[in-house]
Design a protein around this ligand. Structure first.
Ligand code: PLP
Length: 394
């Protein structure tokens, strides 16, 4: 006998992967330029020049034994110090190498945090719409995921429903801002209110409720939008970061967990993060890429392309009669389906070679996600298809 749960996880393709595969099949039939695949959150903008320059320099001039060798399990100390200093200069914080644990992207950062925190019976709360893998990671760590229904008005938090969900088994709350799939950024007002509730409830329950903040889109913001830096608002915060989106490096798998010094029982908590990394085999993140990100920290790919895409898509779609909240960050537009069943809507969209993702798996039925991290040309070419699709509902 092997784990039935793992067999299921490994056999059932995600809806997004399913659509992606369909897109490849259609592209072979009608030509790639006629298939408007908006399914994947794969950055469409190349990494900034510093990525290539630093990698070349490391490969040409670095000591290959060091460049490709094991680092400390939690990541190279110098790399972690450089990242901490970059964060301090950007956010006015006071971190050092000892606050960071290098990982293979946000997926690993989240898994490490959940594993470090969870004891049997623990509940983790996420807000819909949410990144579907949270459930997989939380359950793998032995916890249960509870989901606060969406606030459809602006995709901020429905505080009433949230408060009602907190109980003695609540171990942590997971947030993701800028958000996949809504593109919403939690305002400072939302964050202050959230942190006040967490503080009050932690006191009332007699144990801390942790805040796990998933931030792969931290720098992908438009129109001067601000993303509050959470450790400054709530001490029991664990930050999960990834360079997948900011530096367009999703295939290279590099990120970190940040444990602020103020967190309750810092030494124990950091040890639990290291222990979880060890238990999951997430030790010694890729050395070459650790060293590269230390030097490129704070830089981003050309975000202006995403902004252009967002504007084209948002303006076009609202003109055709679609309803959506204008995204302030990330690279997704979350649109209301033109019929109740978003799956049926996505099936109809396929007839126009528009590949969209139903919101059901994100905890938001009746909505669809459009990933606009694509070539601007694809958006321009897809507009008539979006218009025709809307017309079929008139
Ligand atoms: N969290 C969110 C909200 C994401 O959208 C993604 C990837 O799309 C991840 C985590 C995983 O990121 P990574 O590729 O760094 O593991």
């Amino acid at each position: 006998m092997i784990s039935q749960k793992m067999v299921e996880l490994g056999s059932k393709r995600s809806v997004i992967r399913e659509i992606f595969e369909f897109g490849k099949k259609r592209a072979a039939e009608v030509g790639a330029e006629n298939v408007f695949d908006f399914s994947l959150g794969n950055p469409s903008v190349p990494p900034p020049e510093c990525v290539k320059e630093t990698l070349l320099d490391l490969l040409q001039n670095g000591d290959p034994v060091l460049v490709h060798g094991y680092t400390s399990a939690q990541g190279d100390a110098k790399v972690r110090q450089q990242i901490a200093e970059s964060l301090n200069s950007r956010f006015g914080t006071n971190f050092d190498a000892g606050n960071l644990y290098m990982t293979v992207g946000a997926a690993a950062s989240l898994s490490v945090c959940f594993k470090a925190l969870a004891v049997p019976g623990d509940e983790f709360i996420a807000f819909a719409p949410f990144f579907t893998e949270y459930r997989v990671f939380v359950e793998a760590a032995g916890g249960t995921l509870k989901v606060v229904p969406p606030n459809y008005e602006d995709f901020q938090i429905d505080f009433e429903k949230f408060e009602a969900m907190i109980g003695e088994h609540t171990k942590a709350v997971i947030i993701n801002s800028p958000n996949n799939p809504s593109g919403a950024i939690y305002s400072e007002e939302t964050i202050v209110r959230l942190c006040r509730i967490l503080t009050e409830k932690s006191e009332a329950l007699g144990h801390p409720i942790y805040l796990v903040t998933d931030e792969p889109y931290r720098e992908i913001v438009y129109d001067g939008g601000k993303v509050p830096f959470l450790t400054k608002y709530y001490k029991n915060t664990l930050v999960c970061y990834s360079y997948s989106k900011s530096l367009s490096l999703p295939g290279e798998r590099i990120g970190y967990v940040l444990v602020p010094g103020e967190i309750v029982d810092f030494e124990k908590t950091y040890a639990a993060i290291c222990g979880a990394g060890r238990a999951l085999g997430y030790v010694c993140a890729p050395s070459l890429f650790q060293q590269m990100v230390a030097r490129c920290e704070g830089k981003t790919s050309d975000i202006s392309v995403y902004k252009k895409n967002r504007d084209l898509l948002y303006n076009g779609l609202t003109e055709f009669g679609y309803t959506c909240v204008k995204p302030d960050g990330a690279f997704y537009l979350f649109v209301k389906a033109m019929e109740e069943d978003a799956n049926a809507f996505c099936e109809r969209a396929k007839k126009f070679d528009l590949l969209l993702v139903p919101g059901d798996d994100f905890g938001c039925p009746g909505y669809v996600r459009i990933a606009y991290c694509v070539k601007t040309e694809q958006i321009e070419r897809s507009m008539p298809a979006f218009q025709k699709l809307a017309e079929t509902y008139k």
